[in-house]
Design a binder for this molecule. Sequence first.
Ligand code: BTN
Length: 244
Amino acid sequence: RLDILDLLLDVDSTNTYLFKRAGDHMGKRYAVLAEKQVAGRGRRGRQWVSPFGKNIYLSLLASFSGGISSLEGLSLMTAIAVERALVRLGIEGAGLKWPNDVYAGGKKLAGILLEVTGEYSSHCQVVIGIGLNLSLSEEDARDIEQPWAELRSLKPDLSRNEVAGILLDELLQAVDSFQKEGFAPWQQYWSERDIFHHKEVRIIGGHHERLGVVKGVNRKGELLLQTERGMETINAGEISVRPA
Ligand code: BTN
């Protein structure tokens, strides 16, 4: 179910757009797609490069019963929605990188930014933002600080409208599933597609750096890391995972 869909030529950020409208659309599912963002935002205050007419910039406003803790795993669920959309489009070889990136060939294809717009007694309201690279010129990509991938080089004959439609459909299904059962049923699905599953990684940020082997995720979507001190649980926070 979707209540409202706005299609915009340009916008500061699709997440900001819904953030401003959140109070007037309590309990509704409100999606927005833009051709261009002039102030696209990434995690950790980074910018998200958002040139006109090429990629997908999608945000969805949705409500979830329970407090903020009931949102645990939603960012992983969103990455799963992107991965499922790619499979439906016939694109092989995309993988998930904890906590919420989609990778292809070791490079980032899509990023997700979740922002809580309000916490109320019985529910909370969230903006789920997805940026999916379809095609980026060298010039567009100049400002991207990490290795990036684009869908067109994985499958040249894609229709952007079809990609957008399928992505929105998978996102709505993921939200339905998460509202009913949370992240728990998806733990194994995640691990099977995690690019670092059973691999040694370095955790950067948080209180201290850690080395360990990825052993899956728990029902809250936290990363399980086998370290020399035993099994540790890592929350998303301001942390990033790199190959060891
Ligand atoms: C990341 O840093 O990996 C998250 C990137 C999220 C980008 C998307 S594009 C649509 C939505 N609007 C924004 O300003 N950001 C998200």
